[in-house]
Design a protein around this ligand. Structure first.
Ligand code: MIG
Length: 647
């Protein structure tokens, strides 16, 4: 059951979509209301585990920790960093008591979970207008499902989005993209997409294409699609402020941009130089922004990623030249440390129905509202499903697209965090998510790390290898013995019938696609496992996420089948419940199939274009599998498209 208590007059955040029973008083937390804040406190029991908080750092168990909801472009994050790109204030206390809480506020708020051994939960909200949702249920899984039911169904991407995607900031022209595709095709390593980063645009202006670099983008897109590869361009939040630029002129004329404290157009500097920021609170502005995607979909494009939408602002007074950005280190740091952007965020307003909101007070829903605008726009423009993933998000963003977890690093801890973040993200319906596989930042080529990371990422719906322009080369064909990369990606493609089916079933049933063990298994050990995941209903994974290791302990809550894949063949072995040692070298991949379950697999293909979802083999010792199946692109996605396979 879910109930809510309303404090003050909260703004619509487009997170909970069902009508929820209102309560006048709540007794779960003690409340302390000051002039400008509300604080909620709850005394924890010794063994309580806390799940949730979406994208945040630290383990699956969020206790102990401090999490500050204040969407931040932090390129230097690590455990202990309190704010990342999204705000997902949903958590569950799992112990003697069992309950879920969603603090629905777009303002800055601090979540202290047994922080400094306090033994309590202490939540401080910096504005007093909010909805507090309390969800009761028997266990963490049913509480999560109740929550998911109330925030609506997850976005369902087109089939190609489940293929492997290569990306790098620095692919500049047609030639670069052709070389990437050729690099993969020549080595028979499957690939379904290449992301276009900001250099495809004309002077970083949204909804434009640089004609010198891409003389015939329509042809390129079409040729690539015929070869099973989709180009996926980026769109940034800031719109270059320049007279004569159509988007800029239109937005000014229609009054869709944010205003500063003097009621003049607000300008912040990002890649294009001075930018305007769309007031996404206004539904007409959202519609307008969404319709702009047509400039790019007209080239045949049907997928996008949206960036810098916290929004990231380098500075608001023209203090530095963007040309020097990568030369003057101290300047870069002051620009990119977005957690210190209080002044910038207090310098502009957003308007809704004639009411002005200081951006700072509603900061955490900026990326979310850009995601809504983009998703709705693409849905209106295209006859088939679109691909969309955002950097910034809020609870509710999952209905319009997915996310990637931002600028991580080529470190083993970031690989571990990719695994733990998937739990929090799935708890808020962000099923189409994943990290920059191999790490966004990282100068030295680390073959082992990339291989191990891929062994995890093949199970996350978004499977993208992305890196910054100063990072080492990370395309698989740039490494020694590319066969090892091919083996792993081959497994991904063979699993696509399963991944697609489990994904769509999870979306249609308001369910999670990735779960922690404890959401299914009630034993003590399952509660403590932080480095294994359940992927869909049939698979458990236990990837090796430590440097130099080929062995690890795996906990099996029940008898399972170990599946070892060498790139071509599957080798199934029964393993008994309890602890076991897994050996996995770099030229093979291992995963587990739960007892009495099945996994449909396809033949080997080079892209999803050639996958035949109707023609699958079954792994595992189950007898029946419910396969979701359609053409991968229709918008008509219903539970009617399920067929039963038997073994
Ligand atoms: O200021 O577009 O997180 O994925 O490659 C950096 C360039 C802007 C940040 C994104 C990253 C992307 C990069 N962007």
């Amino acid at each position: 059951m879910i109930v809510k208590k309303i404090y003050g007059s909260p703004i619509e955040t487009y997170s909970v979509i069902n009508k929820v029973t209102e309560i006048k008083e709540q007794s779960l937390f003690s409340e302390l209301i000051s002039d400008s804040t509300i604080t909620f406190k709850y005394k924890l029991n010794k063994d309580d585990i806390i799940y949730g908080m979406g994208e945040t750092m630290n383990g699956m168990n969020k206790r102990p920790g401090r999490y500050i909801s204040f969407n931040t472009d932090n390129t230097n994050h690590h455990d202990g960093v309190c704010s990342l790109y999204g705000t997902h204030n949903f958590f569950i206390v799992d112990g003697i008591d069992h309950f879920g809480v969603f603090v629905d506020t777009p303002s800055r708020s601090i979540f202290d979970f047994d922080y400094n051994d306090s033994g309590i939960i202490e939540i401080t909200c910096e504005t007093k207008d909010l909805n507090l949702y309390i969800i009761s249920g028997d266990d963490s899984y049913s509480i999560t499902k109740e929550f998911l039911l109330n925030i609506g169904k997850s976005f369902i991407p087109p089939l190609y989005s489940l293929g492997y995607i290569q990306s790098r900031w620095g692919y500049t022209n047609e030639e670069d993209f052709k070389n990437v595709l050729k690099g993969y095709r020549d080595l028979n390593i499957p690939l379904d997409g290449i992301c276009m980063d900001i250099d495809y645009m004309d002077s970083y202006i949204d909804f434009t294409v640089n004609k010198n670099r891409f003389p015939d983008l329509k042809k390129l897109v079409n040729d690539f699609k015929n070869d099973g590869c989709h180009l996926i361009p980026i769109i940034d939040a800031g719109i270059k402020a320049k007279k004569g630029e159509p988007t800029s002129d239109e937005g000014v004329k229609l009054d869709y941009f944010c205003k500063d404290t003097n009621n003049k157009l607000f300008k912040g500097y990002v890649w294009p130089g001075a930018c305007y920021f769309t007031n996404f609170l206004n539904s007409d502005a959202r519609k307008w922004f969404g319709s702009k995607f047509k400039n790019i979909t007209d080239y045949g494009i049907d997928g996008f990623w949206i960036d810098m939408n916290e929004p990231a602002i380098f500075f608001i007074k023209k203090k530095f030249s963007l040309k020097n950005l990568f030369i003057k280190k101290e300047k870069i740091e002051s620009m990119v440390d977005q957690s210190k952007k209080v002044f910038e965020y207090k310098s502009f307003y957003q308007e809704l129905d004639g009411k002005k909101y200081l951006h700072y007070d509603i900061h955490n829903m900026y990326g979310h509202t850009m995601q809504i605008a983009s998703g709705e726009g693409l849905n209106n423009i295209l006859n088939t499903r679109y691909l969309l993933f955002s950097r910034s998000s809020y609870v509710g963003s999952h209905r319009y697209g997915g996310i990637w977890t931002g600028d991580n690093r080529a470190t083993w801890n970031h690989l571990r965090r990719n695994l733990t973040q998937m739990v929090g993200l799935n708890m808020v319906g962000l099923l189409y998510s994943g990290a920059d596989t191999g790490g966004f930042i990282g100068g030295i080529q680390n073959r082992e790390l990339l291989l191990r990371w891929m062994m995890l990422s093949i199970f996350t719906p978004l499977f993208r290898n992305h890196a910054t322009r100063t990072a080492c080369k990370k395309e698989c064909y740039n490494f020694d013995k590319p066969d090892d990369f091919r083996n792993i990606i081959n497994l991904r493609y063979r699993l696509i019938p399963y991944i697609y089916s489990e994904y769509v079933k999870a979306a249609l049933n308001n369910d999670m696609y990735i779960k922690p063990l404890s959401f299914i298994y009630k034993d003590k050990d399952s509660r403590l496992i932080e480095d294994q995941l359940l992927v869909g209903d049939s698979i458990m994974i236990a990837p090796i996420i430590d440097e130099g290791k080929t062995l690890r302990d795996v906990y099996l809550p029940e008898d399972m089948i170990e599946v070892r894949f060498d790139g071509y063949k599957f080798n199934e072995t029964n393993v008994k419940k309890g602890y076991t040692t897994l050996k996995c070298n770099l030229d093979e991949v291992v995963f587990y199939i739960r007892n009495n379950k099945l996994v449909p697999i396809s033949k080997l293909v080079q892209s999803t274009k050639d996958i035949d979802l109707y023609n699958v083999e079954l792994l595992g010792n189950g007898h029946e599998y419910k396969q979701y199946i359609d053409d991968g692109y229709t918008k008509d996605v219903t539970l009617n498209n399920i067929r039963t396979l038997t073994k």
